[in-house]
Design a protein around this ligand. Structure first.
Ligand SMILES: NC(=O)c1ccc[n+]([C@@H]2O[C@H](COP(=O)([O-])OP(=O)(O)OC[C@H]3O[C@@H](n4cnc5c(N)ncnc54)[C@H](OP(=O)(O)O)[C@@H]3O)[C@@H](O)[C@H]2O)c1
Length: 276
């Protein structure tokens, strides 16, 4: 297949480019090569010989965009409409990524693929809108995932992974506070990328999929595991989100339930491998 990956210097884009390179022709485009918020540039650059477009480009600093609805829609939502349209016209497969932030997080059983979206933040609203756009193409894989960890992106703007943030804070401060009342599904970006390739290669029916490592964790549980596995001499203290306020409201229960694909290994096992 000839595969176009957008946002190819991001954390997920880099992992996908690596995963798909065997046996496929991969075009890995960065923001400099194609700005996805420019519809004309997209229509001009995407050629009909491409079989599949994988959109891993987005604004992912959830708090930074909480007061920037227009920008969030411009980058995180509308490009999905343009890409779905191009894929519809040219008969391409579209792979789009979304997140647990489309859900309200009130249900302590988490959310499966049919869960009703009701976002709490600007990021979540733009993602929910992007999902609707993406599904306007008949050949779309809409993949929701959560709390990605792994090697960070390689662009000049790439931020450190939160695993590294936890390690840095634990090493320098000896004790860290971590939120204990927000649960989600931590996911290793390499496991996600492999699972996306398997999904596509198996030619599974188009539609919505939840791809996450098995098990759930609060930030506190995750940070404690990072400190334990990294053998750092530091303590992790559980605190409520209200004691560590942020601009964007997060779902309290953001667990993504996968009812359609084989379950991935546990996040603890994946984190152990990543830290090794
Ligand atoms: N990270 C998570 O925990 C998580 C969880 C659930 C879903 N997701 C979704 O997974 C996807 C990938 O996320 P990620 O974690 O890999 O994010 P990331 O590391 O921040 O990468 C995003 C990439 O998008 C690029 N980008 C931003 N604006 C662009 C534009 N206008 N045109 C072209 N490229 C642009 C960025 O380029 P620059 O670096 O040059 O700005 C960056 O390389 C996103 O759709 C995200 O919403 C992520």
């Amino acid at each position: 297949m000839k595969i176009l990956i957008l946002g190819a210097k991001g954390m997920l884009g880099s992992a996908l480019a690596e995963e798909f390179k065997n046996g496929n022709e991969v075009l890995a485009w960065t923001r400099e090569e194609l700005d996805i918020s420019d519809p004309e540039a997209m229509a001009g650059a995407i050629t009909s010989d491409i079989d599949m477009i994988v959109n891993a480009a987005a604004l992912t600093d959830i708090d930074a965009i909480e007061d920037k609805l227009d920008e969030a829609m411009k980058v995180n939502a509308r490009p999905s409409a343009v890409l779905a349209d191009i894929c519809n016209i040219l008969g391409m497969t579209y792979v789009h990524f979304s997140s647990e932030h489309v859900f309200p997080g009130r249900d302590n059983r988490g959310y499966d693929e049919r869960g009703k979206t009701e976002p709490l933040s600007v990021y979540g609203s733009a993602k929910a809108q992007s999902e609707k756009f993406a599904l306007e193409n008949d050949r779309t894989y809409l993949i929701r995932t959560s709390r990605l960890f792994g090697d960070p992106g390689t662009s000049a703007n790439a931020k450190e992974s939160f695993v590294q943030d936890i390690k840095n804070a634990a090493s320098s401060q000896g004790s860290i506070n971590s939120v204990h009342d927000e649960v989600a599904s931590p996911t290793y970006v390499k496991d996600l990328a492999r699972s996306v390739r398997e999904l596509v290669e198996a030619k599974k029916p188009y539609g919505v999929y939840h791809i996450v490592n098995s098990g759930y964790a609060t930030w506190y549980q995750f940070a404690s595991k990072v400190v334990e596995l990294s053998k750092l001499n530091a303590t992790v203290a559980p605190v409520a989100r209200r004691e560590m306020p942020v601009a964007a409201v997060r779902p309290r229960y953001g667990m993504l339930v996968n009812t359609k694909l084989p379950q991935l290994r546990s996040w603890e096992e994946a984190l152990t491998e990543y830290l090794q």
